[in-house]
Design a protein around this ligand. Sequence first.
Ligand code: AMP
Length: 942
Amino acid sequence: MEEGKLKYLSGTSYLNGENTHYIEALYERYLVDPDSVPGEWRGYFDTLPRYDGSPSRDVPLAPVRGQFEQLGRLGPRPIGAQGEDDAKRQVRVLQLINAYRFRGHQRADIDPLGLRKPEPVPDLDLSFHQLSKADMDTEFQTGSLFIGKDKAKLAEIVEALELTYCRSIGCEFMHIVNTEEKRWLQQRFESVRGKPDYSAEVRQHILERLSAAEGLESYLASKYPGTKRFGLEGGESFIPMLDEMIQRAGGYGVEEVAIGMAHRGRLNLLVNVLGKSPAELIDEFDGKQVLARGSGDVKYHKGFSSNVMTPGGEIHLALAFNPSHLEIASPVVEGSVRARQDRRGDASGDQVLPILVHGDAAFAGQGVVMETFQMSQTRAYRTGGTVHIVINNQVGFTTSRPDDARSSEYCTDIAKMVQAPIFHVNGDDPEAALYVSQVALDYRQRFHKDVVVDLVCYRRHGHNEADEPFGTQPLMYAEIKQHKTTRELYAEHLIATGVISEADAQRLTDDYRGHLDSGSHVVNALVQQPNPSLFVDWKPYLGHEWSGDYDTSFDAKRLAELATKMCTVPEQIVMQRQVAKVYEDRRQMITGQAPINWGFAETLAYATLIDQGHPIRITGQDCGRGTFSHRHAVIHSQTDASTWVPLQHLEQGQPTFTIHDSFLAEEGIMAFEYGYATTTPNALVAWEAQFGDFANGAQVVIDQFVSSGESKWGRLCGLVLLMPHGYEGQGPEHSSARLERFLQLCAEENMQVVAPTTPAQMFHLLRRQVVRPLRKPLVVMQPKSLLRHKDATSTMSELAEGRFQLVIPDQGERSPSAVKHVILCAGKVYYDLAAYRQEQKRDDVAIIRVEQLYPFPEQSLAAALASFEQLESVCWCQEEPRNQGAWYAIKSTLRQVLEGHRSGLGARLVYAGRDAAAAPAAGYMAVHVEQQKALVAAAFEG
Ligand code: AMP
């Protein structure tokens, strides 16, 4: 502790602006652990007042920061009795300033309907701080208040605070720990007393945008009354806000903006910001659009892409397709943004901006919002900050009472978990809305963190246009019914303040209507000939028919070279004993001294893909090591915890190999990877479940994106889901990846569901997924015990020369004519069956593995059965209970294959597996073992 600072404690201050930060940091340390600061400082800090407002708002530095700064500014002076009194009042004024920063939003006028009944906020009263009207004319130091002068009368200070914090914008940022961010935000709001005095030109532009927003809705309402469109009415300020963000982003050099939003206001955004042609929208309303294939989707779920011109140049806009499940698009957009950033090498996120638009009820209600925030600063998922806009119409379908809709004060409270600043803004003050959009974007570009704008507005109609809102929200809708629109109110304001004439206002409305009538684009900035380098070219992947057979061989010499590189670990990386053994074993596998196991084949597949120019990205809860310790793609040095990822060191300038253990979530993370994969056709993108059943938590992603995205939206996706699956006595939860659910979702060749049984099969499967230009999701039922099974091995030449076999024919030497019974199976049970056959010497039984369950390989299976001329019975054997696994999904296809067999209709199809069950597997090992033995034995009985 420097001498000078200690002197301060005896009444003489040596503090100044620079070392205030130092003392704040010291104070923060003291608050966590008083003993961690020197005794003199501790003594001083012990005397400081503690904040006594509501405990939930208690951020300890705030009440004393004023003191540090104030005393620093005052400089050295003796403190006498009068001085002490002045100093106390001065401190109280500084506390009042901070109280406004903390709680001003609770008194702000943010609800256009005036229905919000805020609690009293005593901290904002003078008396709370032992100040009174009598002090109003006294001058005080303004401390850190950005008011343009060091001293001001209390009346002036209070007025500035009221204007800044209690008008149309309610700011929440005092929960942010970082002092620089907080100061920056204070400066942005305080220096303009809440919002700037915009020029007449800006105001006219705002009115023009509001006229467009309102104009589109009234046009559609008059042309298609009662048709569902989830109109924006009540939230029209959203359009100038979003427009501003995009234009401003362009000014920052942003080149792509990816937007996610649910249905409300979507058509408005499409036409008025993204530049979708009104004529095309009208065709959709008229039901004229017919698809060549797939189901298509309703108009308010559709995505769109366009390029617009901004002050910084051309910018690409991508609105994500959205299912009706609110909020699930958020992580999908984040994944897409990260992919775009990775493509550009934009590690900071400066070039690609995510904007997520939410509804208030879903933002407060849906867990995936939390997951998305949790991602925002993690290595694997960060995107340099997201701008969130909540279109807060103060009702969720029909739920609006505060005690039904949520337990948090605001619908945005969840954002505080990542210390995002939150700006609540009155939707009927479009200038304030514009300003918070500007601040939000500036904050994101500067600090690369999430920020939230809560546009408090209302919903002029019901949940949709066919819905009658008076039935459930009578008082709110009585207010809404007589409430003028945002455009009307703003036009009146501009006319009253002489910015425009009534005729000008009318002209804006008429001009817009004229554009709609002519069907022409209404976005002036739209670029008619978009620069294609701004987005990915999907053409090489379009229009391919399904084909399961593809040459995935790889040059043997190069394979050996890559294998050697993968096993070369620098000396300074001190490997843990078992990991060292894994790598030692792999070195033996290269030379043929040991057979190739699963982990090596899989990682070699990645090496070959990288070698051929494909980036790879794998995330999952335990994917670096592999839950079953088979992968060890990331080596952790035992001496300094540094890591070495062999697949990142194959060649200089190689494509990226990214592997990250994720945090413990499935829904958001799988959605993120889906978004990534649908934006990066050239890469292998995989998500690995820790256990297969973990995907249950992401079912919405599987249902609404993975299985149906291509059919609904024409969006191709090569995402790989690696799902450990197999019955090994680990109980009901960790046995099944719910194969039956995936198969139930399969149709129209929408995805591939496979259960590979050899390392070589895994190698070729992964290669097929990328080297073949077709992009379809791939669901892999991954083994667990097979990862180390002595018979589940391959050779280097099987890797180099083979290809993925849809069906593996019977292995071994037996006379086909002696075979009367064939067992068909998928996955790990094959090894149990093969062992039993050997044990029981049942050479009369053939075992065929169906390695791909969907699209079902009828022809390959027929070919594998063809030589068994005397076939009498065929058994489908599975480990899963009868109502689960593949049986129900494939049995009619199996019958068809048998009907085509040369033995005619005689071959019976029978089932061997567990009985139908409510849970996937038994919880007791003994029961599991007994069931497994029984089903294997049963499979041999024709
Ligand atoms: P985006 O950057 O998402 O706006 O995409 C630009 C263009 O690429 C779109 O208009 C589509 O034509 C095409 N595209 C993007 N993603 C996919 C996908 N997953 N499958 C097929 N085409 C795509």
